[in-house]
Design a protein around this ligand. Structure first.
Ligand SMILES: CC(=O)SCCNC(=O)CCNC(=O)[C@H](O)C(C)(C)COP(=O)(O)OP(=O)(O)OC[C@H]1O[C@@H](n2cnc3c(N)ncnc32)[C@H](O)[C@@H]1OP(=O)(O)O
Length: 222
């Protein structure tokens, strides 16, 4: 298995892969000089290196995962921690990381390059689009839909049947009781929209803010 990213989230992915019995062949980063990650040396991405090995984007920032997914030529793998409990009919795309002690219930669909972070609970019939991050300990109740590149903050609860749009950021500890439109930043109990963003540059800034406040999970220099 190959890893792209050498920050805090990459350390968690390495722990997951070791627990799941995978061998780690290389760790890539856009700024590798002098870096090590969990005891491994870090190098620039090399499309020709171990080209048959699958790669996982170990970067917490959704926008950066999306950008890199379009650039990387290796195939992508899903990574599941052995302690995760996943109903047999849950459908996954590729490039997803399902971390320690997560629960994903029946008839849920998780598309590509999502992170289901430590201890998150995704209930029945949820629909999770590409590049989503479900934060540590977050709870999605039944039949919740999450749009592309949205982040659900740590410990948040989304009540049943709610639809959260694309490129949204839900603050840590929020309770989302109503649908949230694309590009909104919402927080609190009940969650209220505190900022409505547009796509593009502004949303990249929001994404960077999220990284700063939550956890600096990437180190790709963007
Ligand atoms: C492994 C991992 O760590 S994964 C990382 C997961 N990351 C997260 O869950 C973090 C999600 N991000 C947040 O919750 C952020 O705090 C945000 C996006 C909601 C707000 O960010 P900012 O706009 O930068 O807020 P800022 O820090 O300037 O605080 C502004 C005010 O909002 C309050 N506030 C910030 N976050 C929250 C929150 N989640 N819920 C309620 N109030 C909040 C602050 O206390 C502050 O209040 P004050 O003006 O009365 O002092």
């Amino acid at each position: 298995m190959l890893i792209y990213g050498a920050g805090g989230h990459a350390k968690i992915i390495i722990s997951l892969l070791r627990d799941a019995g995978f061998e780690i062949h290389a760790i890539f980063d856009d700024d590798p000089v002098g870096k090590t990650c969990a005891g491994f040396s870090v190098s620039n991405y090399d499309p020709g290196l171990q080209s048959a090995q699958p790669l996982i984007l170990a970067i917490g920032n959704n926008m950066i995962r999306k950008k890199l997914a379009a650039e990387v030529s290796h195939g992508f793998a899903n990574a599941f921690h052995p302690s995760s409990l996943i109903a047999p009919d849950v459908q996954f795309g590729y490039g997803n990381a399902v971390l320690h002690r997560t629960v994903i219930q029946t008839d849920t669909i998780i598309r590509n390059h999502c992170i289901v972070n430590t201890g998150a609970l995704i209930e029945h019939e949820c629909r999770i689009s590409d590049f989503v991050h479900i934060g540590p300990g977050a709870v999605l109740c039944g039949n919740v839909t999450i749009g592309e590149c949205t982040s659900i903050g740590a410990g948040s609860v989304v009540v049943p049947n709610v639809i959260i749009g694309k490129n949204c950021l839900i603050g840590a500890g929020s309770v989302v009781t109503r649908n949230i439109p694309d590009g909104a930043i919402a927080r609190g109990n009940p969650a209220r929209i505190i900022k409505q963003t547009h796509y593009g540059k502004e949303n990249m800034a929001v994404s960077a803010t999220y990284g700063r406040d939550g956890n600096e999970l990437h180190s790709t220099g963007i």
